[in-house]
Ligand binder design. Structure first.
Ligand SMILES: [Zn+2]
Length: 477
């Protein structure tokens, strides 16, 4: 029996605001516990929350980027539950009138463009963090995270394979980074997922009972947890056993999920409108203003790179994968209008340097101008490819100008015909065996002679010219 999974995701993303959702405490990551707190985010009696305008602005921007309708009025609601990391005993969220609804995200899976619909996008605040130290019989609570703005993006169950889920998550992450909504640093918990999944016989219309998976803090855990769950449900379906609607917790270390609660035990959050915050009216002018700040999104940029610069799909894909790299590429091409040369250098030597040094392009000493001028020298045959790579390495080390490095190292390429002729004749004279082999039709000997000439020039002779002159000179032999 062929099984089809039906998958939807809820994505929690921490917004890149300076201050928290309802108070002016800092959102900085990694500070000492409970140093970024105030009466508001500690939930002390008598305080009043004040909405962070920047968080609402980012919320609207995300809704626009994900093609959502923006609600003219939006409102906050209280979600009531008790947990030690939630000092107010309720979380301020948006249950009834979220900021945006009915959107979609397009992304590529292989050759196809797929679309996942967005059910809604709503604003809320993060909870604190319980710290369980090993070997201790007590737990600690850090409330630095309590009140950090969160945007929750809820999709429809439109995904049916791991490839789709993976591509969707990547595209969404990219969009959030492109528009500056979130830094999406997984290791700092900027992106957290919950997944819901059911399985059905392929071709069936009806949905099976839905299982919610919680506690997914990386792309990898989403994919592993889903794979595990699809396998588990699929086996039950094949055996004719019932599948229960439940919430399961993913345990990354064990690679297993466990029942957290069944549907009957579902928590009643007793939602009601937040009495301390008036509804927000989101004016058309504000929406238009925010729309004007939307950058070109990754998928569109990829298409443009293919059309405008004649790049392959793969090349364009690698460039737009990181906003910074794609912008860097365009800056270089503006000065050195050789897109193919530039993309090869970015994908090859440049990315290798970045990986080895563990740097982003912005953190490195290489600028677009420096790379462009280096590549101009390559294009003009003023420096060999090999020496250009050494030069790039040195720019990464010292940040020095490429021309100065080439000058200092004596890497200026020899293109002077007479000078190369001299070296060619010397190589021929010193290697009579190789010449004999060439006359017998041995092609490798020709390569050997080119190598000898290059050696004589200390790697500075233009290889094209060497080949040309060597062929001519051998003809005379
Ligand atoms: Zn605070």
């Amino acid at each position: 029996m062929e099984i089809e999974p039906v998958i939807g995701l809820e994505i929690h993303t921490e917004l890149s605001t300076q201050s928290k959702m309802f108070c002016s405490c800092s959102t900085r990551f990694g500070s000492s516990p409970n140093t970024q707190v105030c009466p508001v985010c500690l939930g002390l009696p008598g305080v009043l929350p004040v909405v962070n305008e920047e968080a609402v602005r980012i919320g609207i921007k995300t809704c626009l980027a994900l093609n959502c309708k923006i609600n003219k009025y939006t409102r906050f609601d209280r979600k009531n539950y008790y947990y030690p990391d939630l000092p107010k005993n309720y979380q301020i969220s948006q249950q009834y009138i979220p900021i945006g609804v009915d959107g979609w995200v397009e992304f590529e899976v292989g050759e196809e463009v797929k679309r996942v619909r967005i059910h809604n996008i709503h604003l809320e605040e993060d909870a604190g963090k319980n710290v369980h130290e090993e070997g201790k019989n007590f737990s600690l609570v850090d409330l630095n995270r309590a009140g950090i703005p969160l945007l929750e993006i809820v999709t429809y169950p439109d995904m049916h394979s791991m490839e789709e889920v993976n591509s969707f998550m990547n595209e969404l992450r990219n969009i959030l980074i492109y528009i500056g909504a979130s830094n999406c640093k997984m290791e700092e918990g900027h992106l957290r997922f919950e997944a819901n999944v059911s399985v059905r016989r392929k071709g069936d219309e009806e949905l099976g009972p839905k299982v919610e998976m919680k506690n997914l803090n990386s792309f990898r855990s989403v994919l592993q947890a889903l794979e595990y769950e699809i396998e588990r449900q699929g086996a039950r379906l094949r055996r004719g056993e019932p599948i229960y609607q439940e919430t399961r917790l993913w345990n990354e270390e064990k690679g297993e999920s466990f029942t957290m609660r069944f549907k009957e035990e579902a928590q009643d959050y007793r939602y009601f409108p937040e009495p301390d915050i008036p509804p927000l009216e989101i004016g058309k002018t504000w929406i238009e203003e925010i729309k004007a700040t939307l950058p070109e999104l990754p998928l569109k940029k990829k298409k443009r790179f293919i059309e405008e610069y004649g790049l392959s799909k793969k090349e364009a894909g690698i460039l737009v994968e990181e906003k910074e790299i794609s912008c860097f590429f365009e800056e270089v091409v503006k000065i050195c209008p050789q897109p193919r040369l530039v993309v090869n250098w970015i994908m090859g030597p440049l990315m290798r340097e970045l990986n080895e040094r563990g740097l982003t392009i912005g953190e490195s000493k290489l600028t677009a101008t420096k790379l462009a001028r280096l590549l101009e020298m390559v294009k003009e045959n003023l420096i060999t490819q090999t020496n250009a790579k050494y030069c790039l390495h040195e720019i990464f080390d010292s940040g020095e100008e490429p021309e100065r490095i080439v000058e200092k190292r004596g890497w200026k390429q020899v293109t002077d015909v007479e000078e190369i002729e001299k070296m060619v004749r010397e190589a021929i004279q010193k290697n009579p065996r190789a010449v004999e082999d060439i006359n017998k039709g041995k092609k490798t000997a020709f390569g050997f002679l080119i190598g000898q000439v290059m050696k004589l020039s200390q790697g500075k002779a233009n290889p094209g010219k060497v080949r040309e002159i060597l062929e001519r000179e051998l003809g005379k032999c």
